[in-house]
Design a protein around this ligand. Structure first.
Ligand SMILES: *Cc1c(COP(=O)(O)O)cnc(C)c1O
Length: 389
């Protein structure tokens, strides 16, 4: 039998993977023996805190956890989530029908359009934004409308600028603050506007709060803090960045129970739940000592306070981020994102991510991830100081 060799029409709709060229050059540089300083990928460099690893080690011996986990997640996990949402945001979510465990928040985000979007309906997607919002929309036969995030508005989208005919066909709005890649925070006023907007146009709101604990001064808010938010939307949370658990694959959705139930229906058909050993680790993370989270924040603060002023001294147009481990910088000398990344990589071995990979409005920016220690950041600045554009 001959295997069908053409991509499905759905896969053909996905835009070209813009990071492929960067990946290729990165591999070539490593082959050549370049001492690469990788500030590209947003993956914490620190290990998962030991008390969380220990909880998983203990849970591993429990035969009950060796079976299909199916469904919303352990009662204790959902209880821990409810406690966290209350303690941290003063938000009440009911563990019985407003919380659902995910295999990482990416999994839930990627499946959401299948649960709430009909073919040819519009999904409002932030530009620049986490690429999964766009990919999942296209794979669900939805249509992407890019909302530019405007630097003068603190990288919030201008909801009033979305044309009426687009709004009539829109069924889902993705947002994510603290923001990847711009590192911006939302304001309460903006979230209040989002609730009014979503009610008026009957649009489901999906707020991605993966970086809620990765901040420098003011703790960021939950979208669900705003009155009426639960009527219109859900929020995605992740243990990945808060507890250095990207490899474990655990997160949750919470908020509007109809949306939660619809996503659960998609998941019932695609997966069999989150490994209960991993959920046990999640319970330990959420209910255990939180000193590790404060340590994580201090670590990134040291790095930020070295790297961002260093870049400024070298003439880069860049602001101090208030949250996330990302630094979103204008490209120097009016170069394109790609020119900047490839020139920097070739001349210095310092790798960052081209902004246009996050959407057309990311052109003219690059993203640095603060995922190496202070001495390597010093080395990166040292190399960049010798770079001729
Ligand atoms: C890292 C990240 C996530 C978290 O993904 P997980 O699947 O939970 O590891 C979600 N959204 C954004 C914007 C991210 O950068």
């Amino acid at each position: 039998m001959k295997v069908r060799s053409s991509l499905s029409q759905r896969l053909q709709k996905l835009p070209p993977y813009l990071f492929a060229e960067v990946d290729r050059r990165k591999k070539a540089a490593i082959q050549k023996g370049v001492d690469l300083i990788s500030l590209g990928v947003g993956d914490p460099d620190q290990p998962t805190p030991p008390h969380i690893v220990e909880a998983a080690r203990k849970a591993l011996g429990n035969p009950a956890y060796h079976k299909y986990p199916f469904g919303a997640g352990l009662k204790e996990f959902r209880g821990a989530v409810a406690q966290f949402m209350k303690r941290r945001f003063n938000v009440s979510v009911d563990p019985s029908d407003e919380i659902y465990a995910l295999i990482g928040s990416k999994e839930g985000i990627a499946h959401l359009p299948l649960a709430v979007v009909n073919p040819n309906e519009v999904v409002l997607v932030p530009d620049p934004g986490y690429p999964v919002y766009q990919g999942s929309t296209l794979l669900a036969d939805g249509e992407v409308y890019h909302m530019p995030l405007i630097e003068e508005y603190g990288f919030l989208p201008d909801l009033d600028a979305i044309p009426e005919p687009v709004l009539e066909r829109a069924s889902l709005l993705f947002l994510g603050y603290p923001n990847n890649p711009t590192s911006a925070l939302a304001t309460r006023k903006f979230f209040e506007k989002v609730v009014r907007f979503a009610k008026k146009h009957q649009i489901v709101v999906a707020h991605d709060n993966a970086y809620s604990e990765m901040y420098y001064d003011e703790p960021p808010m939950s979208f669900l803090e705003v009155p009426g938010a639960k009527d219109v939307g859900v929020e995605f949370h992740s243990l990945s960045k808060t507890y250095n658990m990207t490899g474990w694959r655990i997160g949750w959705i919470c908020g509007n129970k109809d949306v939660v139930r619809q996503l659960a229906t998609v998941k019932d058909n695609f997966d069999s739940g989150t490994f209960e050993v991993v959920q046990s680790a999640g319970i330990a993370a959420l209910t255990g000592p939180q000193a590790c989270v404060q340590e994580m924040r201090s670590l990134y603060k040291k790095r930020r306070d070295l790297f961002v002023p260093g870049l400024k001294d070298l003439g880069w147009n860049v602001k101090m981020p208030d949250a996330t481990f990302y630094v979103w910088a204008h490209t120097p000398q009016g170069l394109s994102s790609m020119e900047t990344v490839t020139h920097m990589l070739d001349q210095t071995g310092v790798l960052c991510t081209p902004g246009h990979g996050f959407g057309p409005s990311g052109e003219g920016y690059v993203r640095f991830a603060l995922t190496v220690d202070v001495s390597r950041l010093e080395e990166a600045l040292q190399r960049l100081s010798k770079l001729k554009w």
